[in-house]
Ligand binder design. Structure first.
Ligand code: GLU
Length: 477
């Protein structure tokens, strides 16, 4: 377990973590966060961060769903070590472990039929007893079963005492062993259960630290039963350190679901969130270092400690993410933002012009879509199409105002923000109007919209010739 001093106390093996997402069609941000924590923990200790794709549900695990995971992790900048492990390729090994436990007397064959088990559960429900397998074949001689009858292999769980986990996030959690039933390891058709597959893979991958969602805490007690049973059978079955990280909740305190909006990492990318902003936001969700708000990847690696992750669920706050994203946009490299914006604007976008305009464009945008929308005016063709609000501003009165502004600007020899500002301010004063009265129709004429960067920035970015042409196109004849 990690201590505050950053030492990997209590587990002297080199750190190996794993992230084990199931390909469900999207990379849930809650999972991405535990993946991030696993990855950071390994990087912090100079260990290995492994990736395992839990693709045993063949219906859902399409190549597309798997690619979504790889894309999302790559986009966030999380590179994992070694080749990813595909759980579905390891079914033989899972079965082998079940057979070994059977041979060692740590597991047994259960011939109970599905009907029999349903009846057992029905009775337990009627008697208000906990619903769990009652161990009916635990001590029975398999020869009592009918010839060739199908069977499952069940673990012989400990029945006495209790099991404690010193969870790096949750603290000490204890469960009485008699609350853990003899669960199935291998189904009658020879396929491994999820519970078996996870623990066999964790052990074979040499995982020392299991960092995952706290919805798996109960599973840990079962998985420990398998580990302990295998300790007498094979080398290398050491109990890992667990860290069960709370799930992410929505702003209303309920578990994050579709109702709260976007769930997948890809959705956030499509919303124009920068990867470094999502990285930082997920990192800060339930973990912190003093009151520092933003961390580079290097800082995160050097400071992250899983034992400092909050025990309580954290709330996802879209507004906060967008604000943070805005900060990251302002810090980001102009040419990089220009490339991203050009993709969003389309073929007619000019990256060089976007790069030049970026210091202005990026001052307000909270996401890349907003930024691209704010930049679109640069590439519009004359005559500009006016949106409804802009069209509403272009009254006869303001059209004649535009004509006089055009005359004034034609005489301007210094096409800079400062000179243009001084010029139009003086003109507004001469006319006894507020500057806004001039800026509104001007903005409409120059951009076709009512929202844009500052009007003097717009004039400079468009340049003298294009600005005057756009103004004249809207001015009174
Ligand atoms: N595949 C599981 C999930 O996506 C994680 C299993 C584990 O971390 O042990 O929830």
């Amino acid at each position: 377990m990690a201590s505050a001093t950053g030492l990997n106390v209590g587990n002297d093996r080199p750190v190996v973590t794993r992230f084990a997402p199931s390909p469900t069609g999207f990379l849930h941000i809650g999972n991405a966060r535990t993946g991030l924590f696993s990855w950071l923990y390994a990087r912090h200790f100079g260990g290995k961060a492994l990736l395992r794709i839990e693709d045993t549900d063949k219906k859902r695990s399409t190549q597309e769903a798997i690619d979504v995971i790889f894309d999302g992790l790559g986009w966030l900048g999380l590179e994992f070590d070694d080749e990813p492990v595909f759980q579905s390729t390891r079914a033989d090994r899972h079965a082998e472990v079940a057979e070994k436990l059977l041979a060692a007397g740590r597991a047994y064959k259960c011939f109970a039929t599905p009907e029999e088990l349903a009846e057992m559960r029905e009775q337990q429900r009627a008697n208000k007893q906990p619903m769990r397998y009652d161990g009916r074949w635990r001590d029975r001689d398999p020869s009592e079963a009918p010839e060739g009858a199908p069977y499952t292999i069940r673990i012989k769980s400990e029945t006495e005492g209790e099991t404690a986990i010193d969870d790096a996030v949750q603290g000490r959690v204890t469960v009485k062993n008699n609350e853990i039933d003899d669960f199935i390891l291998l189904r009658a058709d020879g396929t491994p259960t999820y519970m078996l597959a996870v623990v066999v893979d964790d052990m074979d991958m040499g995982c020392t630290h299991i960092i995952r969602g706290d919805d798996h805490l109960n599973n840990a007690f079962r998985q420990i039963q398998v580990i302990r049973a295998m300790q007498g059978v094979e080398q290398g079955w050491e109990e890992p350190t667990y860290a069960h990280v709370p799930l992410i909740h929505g702003n209303d305190g309920a578990k994050l679901s579709k109702r709260h909006g976007a769930l997948g990492v890809r959705d956030y990318r499509d919303m124009g969130i920068l990867p470094e902003a999502l990285f930082n936001y997920l990192l800060r969700l339930g973990w912190g270092h003093g009151d520092q708000e933003e961390f580079s990847m290097e800082e995160a690696i050097s400071l992250f400690d899983v034992s400092a992750v909050n025990k309580g669920p954290s709330r996802f706050d879209m507004k906060k993410l967008l604000n943070m994203n805005g900060n990251y946009i302002r810090k980001a490299d102009d040419a990089r933002l220009a490339t991203m914006a050009a993709k969003l604007i389309g073929d007619h976008a000019d990256e060089a012009l976007l790069t030049e305009a970026m210091p202005v464009l990026k001052t307000r945008a909270r996401d890349m879509n907003e930024l691209a929308a704010g930049a679109a005016f640069l590439f519009k063709q004359r005559p500009l199409e006016m949106d409804e609000k802009a069209a509403g501003l272009l009254t006869d009165e303001s059209r004649s105002l535009l004509s006089s502004i055009s005359g004034r600007l034609q005489a301007e020899t210094d096409w800079t923000i400062e000179a243009l500002e001084a010029n139009l301010k003086a003109y507004a004063e001469e006319l006894g109007l507020g500057l806004g009265k001039l800026a509104q129709p001007l903005r409409a004429a120059l951009t076709g919209t009512t929202t844009s960067p500052g009007i003097f920035d717009v004039l400079v970015l468009l340049g003298r010739e294009e600005s005057l042409a756009r103004i004249d196109a809207q001015g009174a004849a």
